[in-house]
Design a protein around this ligand. Structure first.
Ligand SMILES: [Ca+2]
Ligand SMILES: [Ca+2]
Length: 201
């Protein structure tokens, strides 16, 4: 008697049916996803109106710096509230604390990125905050902030913050307005300071 004979035949047919249905659904999902994410003519992934806000600091530094962005609906994207309708903070980089992979590989990288799939109309402020420095590391900060448009690729704004922030200090890197009809970032202001972070929360 083989294994099929040992199993309840009705149950086996049911499992076959479910398995086949799952296969069909998986293939349909993959086809739909490919269709949705590609431009039919160029084959490129359609990231029109998508942007990245990229903040980096000295990759050798151990301390934790945070990226914050306020949105026109009076909300804020940051480590404690990563997700918003318009986009998400991809990772809270803690400095050196979470740069070690499970196999011991160390990725010496200090970068936080907010992926904006589509801005809403209105006013945005991007702040950088020196959150914690448990090991009293005095490595130079070398903070940079970029706004990058993904398709077509273009660096809209880039700034090196030449100031060394004190612990718990925040600084406005840039504020701007966005017009969705024109897909345009305008009135870029890197001088006016807006403070809205209280103890990093
Ligand atoms: Ca951080
Ligand atoms: Ca890091």
């Amino acid at each position: 008697m083989n294994i099929r004979d040992k199993l309840d035949f009705g149950g086996l047919r049911f499992i076959d049916l479910i398995f086949n249905l799952l296969m069909v659904m998986t293939v349909m999902f993959i086809l739909a996803f490919i269709h949705m994410s590609k431009n039919d003519e160029t084959g490129e992934i359609n990231l029109k109106e998508s942007y990245l806000i990229v903040m980096e600091w000295n990759h050798k530094a151990k301390y934790d710096i945070d990226l914050h962005m306020t949105t026109p609906d009076k909300r804020r994207i940051f480590f404690n509230n990563k997700h918003h309708t318009i986009g998400s903070l991809e990772r809270d980089d803690l400095g050196s604390a979470n740069d070690k992979a499970d196999d011991g590989t160390i990725l010496e990288l200090n970068r936080e990125v907010i992926y904006v799939r589509q801005f809403m109309d209105g006013f945005y402020v991007i702040n950088v905050h020196f959150y914690s420095n448990a090991s009293n590391d005095d490595t130079k900060q070398d903070i940079t902030v970029e706004i990058v448009k993904l398709n077509p690729y273009k660096i809209i704004f880039r700034k090196s913050i030449d100031k060394e922030l004190a612990l718990r200090e925040e600084i406005t890197a840039v504020s701007f307005l966005y017009d969705s009809e024109k897909d345009l970032i305008y009135d870029i202001d890197e001088n006016t300071q807006y403070n809205f972070i209280k103890s990093g929360k």
